[in-house]
Ligand binder design. Structure first.
Ligand code: 2P0
Length: 340
């Protein structure tokens, strides 16, 4: 059996844990599921005589989080051969743990023919990785924080319609492994993170949900940027001072601000790494890409847009800040799917 699971990008971030054992978060979060055709984890699973796992063709020792997922779904038997492959760089801040643990959850549940709703599976995926909980659905997803294993799960708030008009630009600034993983950073709980989780994040969540209902892009964009800035302020000002954004990330943030000078047409958001996601509407994507690529120098051939980009070479002649790749992607309307 083979499954694919998408990744997701949080607009209201999960940052801080109330319970690290079962990944109960300090605050509810909200994300868009990213085009499953662009980025995904593909996992094949079969019965075996022992538990064997590979990730991107290399043999791995299952982590305790993976074991939690497997035993939650199949308490009696964990003898599976599980082969996983990401079609994007692991640990590049592309939330590979989200698609990876969502794929593992979906694969095991399907192999053992477990009749479980996506909500139920989102609880199990959360045991593996918090953000994986949100990858169990397509569209706009809220992970309700809850205060116990049973009450902390994800729900789909919206799919298709307005979301089909949105586009995401994924900019790979650096695909190398990050130095401080988000799990580790989140465990360095600070007063700043607790304040955000208690006051600012819930308030933003209410406002952004309303903005989605009203199709108010400007409000969605402003809240998204506010929450991303908040997360990085907290990480940088915590005891261990983690800087996820580098000079190029900051340049991207400033370019988006500049692009928005007269009207808010795009929003940047950064996770626990230097790479950027930029949210915009389909109508503005070409202007935005051209604007960015006059400053960001991308390796040849690493630009993936829906419409062909004319005169890319000329556009790039003034570009100075090196990036690895730029992908234009849609919002995924689906969570994990069986592919074989
Ligand atoms: C998010 N991130 O909401 C936030 C924003 C990174 C920044 O969830 O420890 O891999 O596995 O629960 O889910 C990345 O952290 O952490 C993450 P664990 P996870 O997407």
């Amino acid at each position: 059996m083979q499954v694919r699971a998408p990744t997701n990008i949080a607009l209201i971030k999960y940052w801080g844990k109330a319970d690290p054992e079962s990944n109960l978060p300090l605050n509810s979060s909200l994300s868009l599921t990213v085009d499953i055709n662009a980025f995904y984890t593909e996992t094949t699973i079969e019965h075996s005589s022992s538990l064997e796992m590979t990730l991107n063709e290399a043999s791995i020792t299952p982590t305790s989080r993976m074991l939690k997922v497997i035993s939650a779904l199949s308490p009696e038997n964990s003898n599976f051969k599980i082969q996983s492959r990401n079609n994007f760089p692991t640990a590049a801040g592309l939330a590979s743990s989200a698609s990876g643990l969502a794929a593992l959850t979906f694969a095991v549940a399907n192999l053992v023919s477990l009749e479980a709703s996506p909500e139920e599976l989102s609880k199990v995926a959360r045991l593996g990785s918090g953000s994986a909980s949100r990858s169990m659905f397509g569209g706009l997803v809220e992970w309700v924080k809850g205060d116990s294993h049973e009450s902390s799960y994800s729900v789909q708030l919206m799919n298709g319609g307005f979301l089909d008009e949105l586009r995401l630009l994924m900019i790979v600034v650096n695909s190398q492994e990050k130095e401080v993983g988000s799990t580790q950073a989140m465990n360095m709980q600070s007063e700043l993170a607790r304040e955000r989780a208690e006051y600012r994040a819930p308030e933003r969540l209410q406002r952004i949900k309303k903005a989605f209902e009203e199709h108010n892009f400007e409000e969605i964009a402003n809240i998204t940027m506010e929450d991303s800035d908040d997360l990085h302020y907290i990480a940088e000002n915590s005891e261990f001072s983690v800087h996820y954004m580098n000079d190029t990330s900051r340049k991207i943030r400033d370019l988006v601000k500049e692009f928005n000078r007269e009207e808010v047409l795009a929003a940047y958001t950064f996770d626990a790494g230097p790479n950027a996601y930029i949210l915009t509407r389909k109508t503005h994507i070409n202007t935005l890409v051209r604007y960015l690529l006059s400053v960001l120098k991308v390796k040849s051939g690493e630009v993936f847009t829906e419409e062909p980009l004319h005169n890319l070479e000329e556009l790039q002649s003034t570009a100075k800040y090196e990036i690895e790749a730029l992908f234009e992607v849609k919002v995924s309307s689906t969570g994990p799917v069986k592919t074989n």
